[in-house]
Design a protein around this ligand. Structure first.
Ligand code: CP
Length: 290
């Protein structure tokens, strides 16, 4: 059994091997290779892409899928997170996929839950399968990581996508910058002015403003955000010839990204979503191997 809790605990060799396996999944391999296994998806926080691409990946692998619904569960009678997960583990399912708004929720489960856990996002900390799909999309485009220049733009402070990606991208030798409003700054990282990033980067990765994690309302208005940090077609036209645009989604049209940029020629947003199924197939196979 193997958990996938964050990418910090995975070696570069392991990550490259997951990406290779995801690529094989994309080519149609491993269908029904986990036939008979049962996977429980426990989402304690809303999700469209992660939950349903895990669901799709599980179906492609031939697994039986249980989609837990917290709002109609015994959590409404006061049952705890730990007792809920322990219950699914007692059903002897073969893997449990969990999303929670609590940072490192998995620490309370380690050593007590024998079923492999795949982290589908924890608070502002990590989103390992999102990072894997982002890496697969970048690799498909550039065929290497070393030396690529990327700017992650927006609400860095509250974004698990940013935190997860920056760690692994730096480890892979990418040249990583951040950009965005002062109120969302994470002092740990290196910053670049947005207009300069647009002109110099190979990848512009936009982030959604994570209103649900803010203690106070955003200081700048949506209109000001779009004017100062939104990727408009005028800015896209200043990007390098082979540069691409990424966003983990969901996106706020006409806030961090202009409506006509979402599906423009440089955008890889829906490619990222497509790749989500393949990296999750690879992650599930890793967790249930043997
Ligand atoms: N990118 C992402 O995690 O999307 P969802 O919240 O819809 O799963």
């Amino acid at each position: 059994m193997e958990n996938l809790l964050n990418l910090k605990s995975c070696s570069i060799e392991e990550i490259m091997s997951l990406l290779q396996e995801a690529e094989k999944c994309r080519q149609g391999n491993y269908m029904d290779s986990l036939k008979g296994k049962i996977v429980a998806n426990l989402f304690f926080e809303p999700s469209t892409r992660t939950q349903y691409s895990f669901n799709t990946a599980e179906e492609k692998l031939g697994c039986k899928v249980i989609n837990f619904n917290a709002s109609s569960s015994s959590m409404q009678k006061g049952e705890s997170f730990y007792d809920t997960v322990k219950t699914f583990s007692s059903f002897q399912v073969d893997a449990i996929v969990i999303r929670s708004s609590e940072n490192e929720y998995y620490k309370q489960l380690l050593g007590k839950i024998k079923t492999p856990i795949l982290n589908a996002g924890d608070g502002t900390k990590d989103h390992p399968t999102q990072s894997l799909l982002d890496l697969l999309t970048i690799y498909q485009e550039f065929h290497h990581f070393e030396g690529l220049k990327i700017a992650v733009v927006g609400d860095i402070k509250h974004s698990r996508v940013a935190h997860s990606n920056i760690e692994i991208m730096e480890r892979l030798g990418m040249d990583v910058y951040c950009s965005g409003p002062q109120e969302f700054k994470d002092e740990e990282y290196r910053y670049i002015e947005f207009e300069k990033a647009v002109e110099e980067m190979d990848i512009i990765m936009l982030l959604r403003v994570q209103h649900e994690r803010h203690e106070q309302a955003m200081k700048i208005s949506k209109e000001e955000y779009h004017q100062q940090y939104g990727l408009t077609m005028e800015r896209v036209n200043k990007m390098k010839k082979n540069a691409i645009i990424m966003h983990p989604a969901p996106f706020n049209r006409n806030v961090e990204i202009a409506d006509d940029v979402v599906e423009c020629e440089k955008s890889r947003i829906f490619k990222q979503i497509e790749n989500g199924v393949f990296v999750r197939m690879a992650a599930l196979r890793r967790s249930m191997r043997g």
